[in-house]
Design a protein around this ligand. Structure first.
Ligand code: PRP
Ligand code: MN
Ligand code: MG
Length: 173
């Protein structure tokens, strides 16, 4: 398991926090008077979603769904829905909140399902984007950092369930 002192972080906590504040400021501008519903994808996005919302100063709501497709470091190619959505999202302005878009499979799956429910608008906020690994064609409106194709851990992101509590983001090999 990773100890904070043994490796240099890939993205330090101060840089993460700065970026989160910038994204929140853009959302404040874009969604003033729209009462957006943030839809955070558990488990990975819990920290980003909390910090993002803390930095927002407009009326907004949040709800959670739980999707999972990774086994250790590899995408299984299938998205498992573990907790579904309970809110009525018809006519709402939705912002999906993800920690990372990698292959894009999770987001693709979610966009297709959500579109059917008639939201007024639907955008994506992701802290990290591995753009070179993304196979789906997606419009990601709010992206924190575009990162290379390495497995990353910390700030919500896990390796086999571990490491989500780290304040910085580390890359494994
Ligand atoms: C991770 C991550 C994203 C998704 C991105 O979730 O949090 O939700 O994978 O990968 P993709 O673009 O290739 O679909 P994971 O399945 O590991 O579940 P977790 O959030 O509970 O860790
Ligand atoms: Mn996830
Ligand atoms: Mg994971």
């Amino acid at each position: 398991i990773i100890k904070d002192k043994e490796f240099a972080p890939f993205i330090e906590s101060t840089r993460i926090q700065e970026k989160v504040a910038q994204l929140a400021a853009r959302i404040n501008d874009d969604y003033a008077d729209k009462n957006p519903l943030l839809l955070a994808v558990l488990n990975g996005s819990f920290m980003f979603a909390a910090d993002l919302m803390r930095n927002m100063c407009i009326p907004a709501e949040i709800s959670f769904i739980r999707l999972s497709s990774y086994n250790r470091t590899r995408s299984t190619g299938r998205v498992k829905e573990l907790i579904g959505l309970e809110e009525n999202i018809f006519g709402r302005h939705l912002i999906i909140v993800e920690d990372i878009v990698d292959t894009g499979l999770t987001i693709r799956h979610l966009l297709d399902e959500l579109q059917e429910l008639g939201p007024k608008s639907l955008e994506i906020a992701t802290l990290l984007h591995k753009s070179a690994a993304t196979k789906e064609s997606l419009t990601l409106k709010y992206v924190g950092f575009d990162i290379p194709q390495k497995f990353v851990v910390g700030y919500g992101l896990d390796y086999d369930g571990q490491g989500r509590n780290l304040n910085d983001i580390y890359s494994l090999a």
